[in-house]
Write a protein that binds this ligand. Structure first.
Ligand code: GDD
Ligand code: MG
Length: 338
């Protein structure tokens, strides 16, 4: 079995966090995001033959460096770098010659605890050309919306539809199983999108396309609000199938504090993540926040519902609420933000 992880996007909606750290390796609870996706693949790797292709375009070296020293638990990882971004489906075409059987495709920014084994079984039993995993959400506007018939066959696909176009509540979760002949429909060497180009084409081709609705945990981490949500959900144990052996040790206040962080006296950290080499001075209070590696928070500052970028400096007695600070930001003493 082979997997392609689409990890070439610029992550614009997650700026400033993605200016120097591409989305696949932004840390969720002090662990590069892509590791959560590799966790998802392990149950499918019973035969130890899983090959993972990482389709990269934006800051590929940073991603490769971040993964070079990691223990990947028997998964063979290779990256393919696009000279220019080819779009979600263009990236697939690029690896066509390396694909021999059913291909699993993952958007590189979705956090989920779905068990993909039954999805693969049904894909095979139905002899589907493509199976898309779907989730039901209330507000579908930011996603690809999918209409299914009674047999679970896909009858309509609308990427980020205007209101009134469809009332369906199932959205594309960014997880696809594709047979190799589907990849042959993608033109070579030019930008091509799964969502806007390939999918509509497949719908008119008459090939059997199925949707598989899951009620597993699922989140696209691609905005600061959802990034913070992802951290909170891992902390609070909302990912049911998330393997406990790789779960971070939590403090009694439901926080994950990296062993290399320094917390001076009177510091309180609640439902938050504190990264490596952070320095929290006396009486700092952090709540519902993510403090990335190397940040420094000076005496008496209070930070809530915020993201503090790598190496940022929050001045003493500041109060920050609902703020996103980019890497190396400096907030002067006694500031009020948010
Ligand atoms: N290699 C490569 N090249 N990867 C790309 C490119 C590219 O040109 N463009 C985007 N990607 C990757 C991104 O890195 C991301 O992991 C994934 O493709 C999806 O791109 P996003 O930019 O995050 O798309 P989206 O969130 O707006 O919408 C997509 O995901 C939704 C679910 O989260 C669509 O697939 C929607 O239909 C879907 O509902
Ligand atoms: Mg996304």
């Amino acid at each position: 079995m082979q997997t392609l992880i689409l990890a070439g996007g610029k992550g614009t909606r997650l700026r400033p966090l993605t200016l120097h750290t591409p989305k696949p390796i932004v840390p969720i609870v002090n662990r590069p995001f892509i590791h959560y996706q590799l966790d998802l693949l392990r149950p499918l790797n019973a035969d130890g033959a899983m090959g993972v292709l990482l389709s990269l375009s934006y800051q590929p070296r940073r991603i490769e460096e971040a993964l070079a020293h990691e223990e990947l638990g028997g998964i063979r990882l290779r990256s393919v770098v696009e000279r220019q971004p080819l779009g979600t489906a263009g990236a697939m075409r690029n690896v066509r010659s390396q694909v021999t059987g059913t291909l699993l495709v993952l958007n590189g920014d979705i956090l989920t605890d779905i068990d993909l084994r039954p999805v693969l079984e049904r894909h095979r039993a139905r002899r589907a050309a493509a199976t898309l995993v779907l989730v039901n959400v209330e507000d579908t506007r930011a996603y690809g919306v999918v209409e299914l018939d009674d047999e679970g066959r896909i009858r309509g696909f609308y990427e980020k539809p205007e209101s009134g176009v469809t009332s369906a509540k199932s959205i594309n979760a960014g997880i696809y199983l594709l047979e190799p002949d589907v990849l042959d429909l993608i033109p070579e060497g030019r930008e091509y999108s799964f969502e806007y180009d390939l999918f509509p084409r497949l719908l008119t081709s008459g090939l059997p396309l199925y949707g598989e609705v899951t009620d597993a945990y699922w989140l696209d981490i691609g905005t600061p609000e959802r990034y913070r949500q992802a951290n909170a959900d891992v902390l609070s144990g909302r990912l049911r199938r998330y393997p406990p052996e790789s779960s971070p040790p939590l403090t009694p206040d439901g926080s994950a504090v990296d062993a290399g962080a320094t917390l001076k006296s009177g510091v309180s950290v609640t439902r938050s993540v504190i990264g490596a080499n952070c320095y929290l001075e006396n009486d700092v209070q952090v709540m519902d926040s993510v403090v990335l590696a190397g940040a420094r928070i000076a005496e008496g500052a209070r930070v809530s519902s915020s993201i503090i970028g790598r190496g940022a400096h929050v001045g003493s007695n500041s109060m920050l609420r609902n703020v996103v600070l980019g890497d190396k930001s400096v907030v002067t003493d006694f500031s009020r933000l948010g």
